[in-house]
Write a protein that binds this ligand. Structure first.
Ligand code: TXA
Ligand code: MG
Length: 316
């Protein structure tokens, strides 16, 4: 675990333009000073991320959004009062203080306040907002432990090890239309939660905010081994060479290894364990991975979004 001195030292790295991987409540992030375009460029290089995919800027204090955004409407304050710190990212009109490389040239910037003591201290000690995507190579499985980060990004300056993240799936990303919110990426906070503060927009996202962003692409979060979802078309599987990701704890007997997402079918627990199971099988000696679907309610929607994207490039 991490002490304040380690966080302080990591903050010095951020201040001097380096990269630090740090835990949040969702997944580990790969952070740089959001106001320093040279530092942010190192994130894209380390992840091999295409420069058309914008980053999320993390803040530790609500006041910091004033510096990052052009205009704040009252609805934004209502949303962040309710959900921050927490796994909700809001896309807002960006100020000139945000370098174009952060927003991939878009007129908007995505902002969130993570609900993790280490992340919040790192931002505070660094004295600047921190731009951070998930700390994985582009398109690969997101990290929920420091070991996952080390596996994909062995060369970065510093990894703060805060143990396993407690939500396990990336934040919900929303944008605002005049008549309400639009979900750009599913996450822990779903429509039911958002509807308590703001109606859902009847329209798709505004044209100027429409981007081709990998978070929204069909293929993402992929393990290096083929993964198939039960119920979808798949090749003939030799179960003795496959790892099985189980949700119902049924019909797993013939597989070489099994990862149970939650023994009592708790979707929040399943979310925590999903990327772990994928990393585990990616590193094991199985030839492919087979996964069970989970119910499409609550965070189940986000789990199926990640599983479907992980399996997309192996579609049979
Ligand atoms: O939970 C999380 O959100 C984690 C932790 C580290 O905070 N971060 C994360 O970042 O998942 P990343 O880069 O893997 O995903 C960011 C998503 C992408 O789908 C990106 O396209 C979208 O947010 N995004 C960022 N800025 C945007 C913008 N201005 N407009 C629309 N989408 C944006
Ligand atoms: Mg990511």
């Amino acid at each position: 675990m991490v002490d304040d001195l380690q966080i302080y030292n990591a903050a010095q790295i951020i201040k001097s333009g380096g990269l630090v991987a740090f835990p949040t409540e969702t997944v580990y992030g790969l952070g740089a000073n959001a106001l320093n375009p040279h530092a942010v460029a190192k994130i894209f290089a380390a992840k091999e991320r295409p420069n058309f995919d914008p980053l999320i800027v993390h803040v530790a204090d609500i006041k910091d959004i004033n510096m990052l955004t052009k205009e704040l409407d009252g609805r934004v304050l209502k949303i962040i009062e309710k959900f921050w710190p927490g796994p909700l990212t809001i896309v807002l009109p960006k100020s000139d203080a945000v370098p174009d490389i952060v927003s991939s040239g878009l007129p908007t910037v995505a902002i969130r306040m993570p609900n993790n003591a280490i992340a919040l201290k790192l931002i505070e000690f660094a004295g600047c907002p921190i731009a951070a995507p998930s700390a994985n190579k582009f398109g690969r499985i997101s990290p929920t432990t420091a070991q996952h980060v080390k596996k994909q990004l062995p060369d970065i300056d510093c990894i703060l090890d805060g143990g396993s993240t407690n939500i396990g799936i990336e934040s919900t990303v929303i944008s605002l239309n005049d008549d309400g919110y639009v979900i750009l990426r599913q996450g822990f906070i779903g429509e039911k939660d958002l509807n308590t503060v703001l109606p859902k927009s009847k329209f798709p996202i505004k044209m100027e905010n429409k981007i081709s962003s990998p978070g929204l692409l069909n293929s993402h979060y992929s393990p290096l081994k083929p993964i198939y979802i039960i119920g979808e078309k798949m090749p003939e599987i030799d179960k003795s060479k496959a790892g099985f990701i189980s949700f119902t704890a049924k019909n797993f007997q013939d597989y070489k290894y099994v990862e149970f997402l939650s023994m009592n079918q708790n979707l929040n627990e399943a979310a925590v364990n999903l990327f772990k199971a994928l990393h585990h099988f990616e590193d094991s000696d199985v030839d492919y991975i087979v996964a069970e679907s989970v119910p499409l309610t609550g965070i189940g929607i986000a789990i199926m979004d990640r599983l479907t994207k992980a399996a997309y490039k192996y579609k049979f």
